[in-house]
Every structure is written in C-alpha cells, then in structure tokens.
Design a protein around this ligand. Sequence first.
Ligand SMILES: CC(C)[C@H](C(=O)O)[C@@H](O)C(=O)O
Ligand code: SF4
Length: 418
Amino acid sequence: MGKTFAEKVLGKAAGYAVKAGDVVTVEPHFCMSHDNAAPIARTFKKIGVPKVWKPDHIVFILDHAIPAPTDEHAQNHKEIREFSAAQGIKHFYDVTSKGGVCHQKMCEEGFALPGLVMIGSDSHTCTYGAYGAFSTGIGRSEMAAAWATGKIWFRVPESIKITLTGSFQKGVSAKDLILKIIGDIKADGADYMSVEFHGPGIHAMSLAERMTLCNMGIEMGAKNAVCPPDDKVLADIQGKEKTKDWEALWADDDAAYAKELAYDLGTLVPCVAKPHTVDNYASIDEVKDTPIHQAFLGSCTNARIEDLRLAAAILKGKQVAVRTIVIPASWVVYRQAMKEGLIDVFLDAGCVLANPGCGPCMGNHEGILAPGEACISTANRNFKGRMGNKESFIYLASPMTVAASALTGKISDPREVL
Ligand SMILES: CC(C)[C@H](C(=O)O)[C@@H](O)C(=O)O
Ligand code: SF4
C-alpha cells in the first residue's frame, strides 16, 4: 500500500515511516504569527524559557489591523516589535511597503515550499499547501510552546482525494469550485483530514488559484489542503526559497483514502455562499438580484494580481453602483496592479483602495457593515458578525462575481458582463 502526502511529509519529518492515525512529534520548518504574536509572546514569557528555539524559523507579519486602528491594536503591535527585537526575529514584516496579508507574504517571499512542515497561529495557514507544504493552523498556546521547544505533535491525518478534470467555463473560477466542494461536503466534511487535489484540472491552475482552494480547506474542517508540487510550483519558488530543506513529495498512486471525490470543472457555474455559513451554497441563478450595499475585493483568499485582473476586466470603463473596497493582498500585488493600470481602472470605476492587509475581512476596520446591510465579498468567511455587525449579511463569491455585482448593486452573474 502506498502513502498519502501527509504520511510522506510527516514520516520524513519524524524520521521513520508513519501511517494515518499515528501520533508524531516533529520540528516545524516555519512558525508564522501575525498580530496575535503579542498574546503568544505573553504566554511564551510565562513558560520561562529565555529564548525562542530558532529565531530564523519564526515569521511575524502584521496584517490583521494595520496601521493600528485602536489603542489596543497599537499596544499589540508595540509588544511584537519589542519581542521581535529582543529575540532577534529576522523575518519580521512590520507596517511597511514590504508587507501584506500574512498568507500572501508567506507564499510570495518563499517560505511556503514543497515538503515542509509549517504551522501558523491562524486557521488559513493551510494556504501554503498550494506550494506542496504540509501546513496547518494551530492555537496560540500551542504556538508559544512551539517557539519554546521547536516541537509540535500531530495525529497523522486520514486523507481525502479530490480529482479535478476538465476546465472552467468563462466566468467561473477556483473560488466557485471550492464553494461548491464545501457546499457538497459541508463545514465538517473534512474534519481533521488532509485534502489532496489531484488530476489534470489542478495542474492547469495557476498558483493563485491553488492558493484560493487550499486557503479554504479549513472551512470544511481540514487539517491541511495540498496540491502537487509540479513544474509550476518549482518555477515559482526558484531563487526565492527561504530554506534549502524542501523536497517535492507527493502521494503514491495506490495510497489509501478515507474519501474520494471528483469534479469536472466544466460543469461548474458561478455561485455564492449565502449568510451565515460557508457551506450555504447557492448557484448564481438562485440568488441573482439580491440587493447588496457593499462589495469587497480582498483577503488572503482572492486578492492576488490574477484576481484583480479578472475583476478589473469587468469594471473597466464602468461605474460601481455600491461602495466597493479593493485591497490588494500585498504591496507587491499593489505595485503590479499599478503598473498594469488596474488601480486606475478601480479608481475610475469609483472603488476605494486601502492598504494591503486583512482590511474588513474579519471586521477590524476599513469597511464594517451597518445593521441590515449586505456585502458581497471575495473572502472566506461569512459568519454572523464577521464583518463587525451581527445584523449584517455576507455573501462569499469569486472576484468576477463580486465585480459584476458591484456594477449593479445586486448579486449578478459575471457571465452576462464578460
Ligand atoms: C485572527 C485569526 C486568529 C483568525 C484565524 O485564525 O483565521 C483570522 O485570521 C480569521 O480569518 O478568522
Ligand atoms: S484576510 Fe481574513 S481570512 Fe485571511 S488571515 Fe486576514 S482575517 Fe483571516
């Protein structure tokens, strides 16, 4: 019997052969924390170990509320700067033009690499599976312990194999696929499992699309989500790898899976996740013409240059009908969008641009909704109160659907404007 991806990577990290169900203790390659590094640092200090295990393996990226919108956020940021200086943390992305949303930066900067074990104090750390890493979100106290000991334990997860064939129709994208998968298997459908994407459909996708898929692994309960480390991954990481310890590992053809699913990408349609759960799937036809008050094009799920290009193609030369907030995933993406003239397209259309970061995704600032308002968003969560107000409504959708809806003020089918 062959091995799954999770069995291979965790076995390599443990130093002996493992199978699903085994418990292993391994050394993580990189530990990522964002603004919540402040409470983690407080816990770390209580442990009583003077120094973190390896300062070069810890990454801090401020993004959740930057620049600080409240004195509490400012205090957190201050503590992180002090802790970072005291511990000699080399990879610290402060509020500068080198920053952006943590998961985007981890991929952009060459931390996300095939075959690495990566942990982050954020549930969407599963994004780095797009680069073939075993990558997962952990809690804050566990992160404090990992900084102190350089160790993390896992139960080797069972795996789900999702095979993708065919290609997307015009107006349909990776976001529609992942919303469909989550709608099918539900928010707990992959609880503590390793979700592997297979088939020609995944190889055809860009790294940006793969990041969108893996990013939302946690929304179906997955421990991690992962794509094959193919030529596209190897070309992307070339020259920017933050460690040479990576290795392109992938599942064997005869590995054992707890579940197998298959999707023909050509059969998918634009869709949304209706309020207030991510698995509340509706095809565009079911929700078409629902009024919205705000559109948000941003977050670690869908604010890469590829996403901005798709949205800009729809907005070009037109005017938005509702307030539309555009937040590129990083300053690298922002600059690229400027070079390509996309920022002008957004501004000409009446959109508002904000600095790269999480923005209104989890209701910290820059676009909180009023009671009774609805937002169509490219982010990954639509829980009650997620964007700061419990009486508001969030529809999750692709960049193309968000752009088409921004133009009409109603949920709209991007295929009709392409
Ligand atoms: C604040 C952070 C811990 C949280 C997460 O874990 O994902 C946030 O990024 C989110 O998207 O809900
Ligand atoms: S953009 Fe949203 S989902 Fe992503 S890390 Fe920030 S708050 Fe979490």
